[in-house]
Every structure is written in structure tokens, then in C-alpha cells.
Design a protein around this ligand. Structure first.
Ligand SMILES: Nc1ncnc2c1ncn2[C@@H]1O[C@H](COP(=O)(O)OP(=O)(O)OP(=O)(O)O)[C@@H](O)[C@H]1O
Length: 356
């Protein structure tokens, strides 16, 4: 396997759409990188540039030490010679071919001997637990099975790099979870350098060794999922990654505290307007503090109790401000609640950029 190094990558679509701006990232040998961003952020363009299906306007990409594209030096290795496996959003199986032939297709193009093709298709089918499906047509398979066939077809070439573009988007919620587990354990087993693109933060959280968050073609942050969650680089990242979503409140820095109007939080903060980010897991309703360091705020009114996953989260209101807070007791809507804050979880932003 290889590392993938992306340097100063830019893609401008005519007349003037900047799909990618100066992207720099190195994906280590055997690493699982997830690229997370909203619709239109440049994710597909990024992965297609790596596959060779799109030609960047600037920059270079190396597999190990070897450039597969270097715009300035005029190097552009065609997709078939890059030895990448690609799984597309719609899986792109050939409907008129049986599973065996779908998987065998990339090897037939390479004109490998029949016996070799047979051996490799059987091997990959076994690894993906679809040996019993080789005689069926794609329409005779469930979504999860079709996805495995698409992955088998990507892997049968024994690629150096596996690229997956929204591979779970056609699966229902339950299948999605088992498909994620499957992809993760397969990647661990094969130790194949993998880049997966998704707009779904749950995919990202479940799969990524490292996460690259992108918006408007600009990389916002590249780090482990925990680091992105606990130390988001800016407000966009803080709001885009995290479930339940982070509370963002307008405040005023006053040196030794932040003034939120209804509440004053005793943490050091530069003078002036700022935004305060508090994850619902860092502000909670309970009968007593979970830890002696946690700060008790003024009691707030429980406006609403909602369930995010199976976790009860309350919308708490003071005079003006409202936040979502995890709930550890069974208070009814309308009750006055004791509210506690984990001060170390409070994040401060100025002009959208993280300052603390
Ligand atoms: N062939 C093209 N011609 C012109 N503009 C394009 C082309 N392909 C993509 N774009 C534009 O480039 C930007 C990035 O698109 P891209 O498909 O990479 O985003 P994405 O993050 O993958 O989005 P989605 O999640 O919706 O698939 C968008 O503004 C898109 O409209």
C-alpha cells in the first residue's frame, strides 16, 4: 500500500467555480481518512482528482513518492494506471452482468488469464462474504449486498488506494450501521489506504482515523474525530460536527468572564463581542453536579424535552437565551431546573475563528 500526498490542489470549473482551493493533506499508508462536508463543498471533486477522473487546475498528488498528477510539470497518469479502487455513490453495477462478471470486469479489461480471474474473484467474494451470490444479477440483491459487490469490484484489482464516494447513501438506517462496521473491519484487515467522502457526520465519526472537514472547497480542519469534536478550528466545524448540535450564543468578553446577558460565565475572555460554543453534553440538568468542578448556573426553565437518539435533551430557557442541555433527571416541561456547566468544554470564537 502507499501514502497519498495532496499538495496545493486547486480545481476551478469554468467559468469561475472554485471547487477546491489549495488543499493540502497527507494520508498515511493504511490510514482511513474521511472527508466530511456539506453538499457542494468539493468532496466528490477531491476524490475524483485522486482517482484521475478529474484534472486539477493546480497542484500535485503523489502515491508514495511518485506523482500521479503534477499540473506544473505536466504529469498526469491516466485513471487505469493509478491502481485505485473506486466505490461510487450509486455503486454503478452493470445490470446485465451477473455478480461474478461485475467483479471480474476490471480484470478482464486487464486481460488477465481466465484461471487467474476466477481465482481472484472467488478470493475477494469470500472475503466479502458474497460467494453465494456470484450467479445472481444485481437486481436480485439487497442494497447491502449490492454495496458489497461494488466494494469487491473495487478491491479485486488489489488497488493501492481505496476511494469511496458516499457509499452508504442508498442504504436504510439499520443497514447503514452494519455496512459501516463491515467497511471498517475490512479496511483494518486489509490495511488499505482509504479515503471515504460523506456529508454524514455519523459515517465520519464511526469510520475515520482522521477527518478532513471541508467547506466551499477550503479545508477547515484535519484531525482525529475526538480532536475535531473537542477542539474545532472554527464555528463552521463546531456546528457541522457533533450530535446533538452545539449551542452557539452571542456574548461579550469582559476579561475575567463572559457576559451572555442572562448568564455570566467565569472564564477568562478578551474584551469585545464573541460567540460562545457549548455542546449539550457540557451543559446539563441534574439534581446535583456530576463532578465537584462543574459550575452551577442560575436555574433555568425546561421548555421542551426532546430525544436525540435515546438521550433526553432539554431546551432550557432563562430570560432571553435558550440552550439544549443533556438531562439526567426526569423533570417535566415547565419545571425550573438546576443547570450545571463543564467549564472546560466552553469554546470561544471571534469572527467565526476559535480563540479558546
Ligand atoms: N463538471 C462541473 N462543472 C461545473 N461545476 C461543477 C462541476 N462539478 C462540480 N461542480 C461544482 O463544484 C462544486 C463542488 O462540487 P462537488 O460535487 O465536488 O461537491 P460535493 O461536496 O461532492 O457535493 P455533494 O455532496 O452534493 O455531492 C460545486 O459548486 C459544484 O456545483
Amino acid at each position: 500500500m502507499v501514502s497519498v500526498t495532496v499538495q496545493n490542489l486547486e480545481k476551478v470549473f469554468p467559468p469561475n467555480v472554485y471547487a477546491l482551493r489549495d488543499v493540502n493533506v497527507t494520508i498515511k499508508d493504511g490510514e482511513f481518512l474521511v472527508v466530511l462536508g456539506p453538499s457542494g463543498s468539493g468532496k466528490t471533486t477531491f476524490i475524483r482528482c485522486i482517482a484521475g477522473l478529474e484534472t486539477p487546475t493546480k497542484g500535485r498528488i503523489l502515491f508514495g513518492d511518485a506523482p500521479v498528477i503534477d499540473v506544473e510539470r505536466g504529469i498526469n497518469i491516466p485513471p487505469a494506471k493509478r491502481n485505485v479502487g473506486m466505490v461510487f455513490q450509486n455503486w454503478a453495477l452493470y445490470p446485465h452482468m451477473k455478480v461474478f462478471d461485475n467483479i471480474a470486469f476490471p480484470l478482464k479489461i486487464k486481460k488477465l488469464p481466465k484461471s487467474e480471474i476466477e481465482r481472484r474473484v472467488k478470493e475477494v467474494a469470500e472475503a466479502l462474504e458474497i460467494s453465494n451470490l456470484l450467479d445472481r444479477y444485481p437486481r436480485q440483491l439487497s442494497g447491502g449486498q449490492q454495496q458489497r459487490v461494488a466494494i469487491a469490484r473495487a478491491l479485486v484489482k488489489e488497488p493501492q488506494v481505496l476511494l469511496m464516494d458516499e457509499p452508504f447513501s442508498n442504504l436504510d438506517a439499520r443497514l447503514r450501521i452494519s455496512a459501516r462496521e463491515f467497511v471498517k473491519s475490512l479496511q483494518r484487515r486489509l490495511k488499505i489506504t482509504t479515503i471515504l467522502v460523506t456529508h454524514d457526520q455519523h459515517d465520519a465519526y464511526a469510520l475515520a482515523d482522521r477527518l478532513m472537514v471541508i467547506n466551499n472547497g477550503v479545508v477547515q480542519q484535519i484531525s482525529t474525530t475526538d480532536e475535531v469534536l473537542n477542539n474545532p478550528a472554527n464555528i463552521f466545524v463546531a456546528q457541522f460536527f457533533g450530535d446533538p448540535p452545539i449551542n452557539i450564543l452571542e456574548g461579550e468578553g469582559r476579561g475575567d468572564h463572559v457576559d451572555l446577558g442572562d448568564l455570566k460565565i467565569p472564564i477568562p475572555a478578551p474584551q469585545g463581542k464573541l460567540q460562545v460554543g457549548i455542546r449539550p453534553t457540557d451543559i446539563y440538568i441534574a439534581d446535583q453536579p456530576l463532578s465537584p468542578e462543574d459550575l452551577e448556573l442560575k436555574p433555568g426553565r425546561v421548555l421542551l424535552v426532546e430525544y436525540l437518539g435515546f438521550t433526553p435533551v432539554a431546551v432550557v430557557k432563562w430570560e432571553r437565551i435558550e440552550v439544549r442541555a443533556v438531562m439526567y433527571n426526569k423533570l417535566k416541561e415547565g419545571s425550573l431546573a438546576r443547570v450545571f456547566l463543564k467549564k472546560e468544554g466552553v469554546k470561544l470564537f471571534q469572527n467565526g475563528v476559535r480563540i479558546k
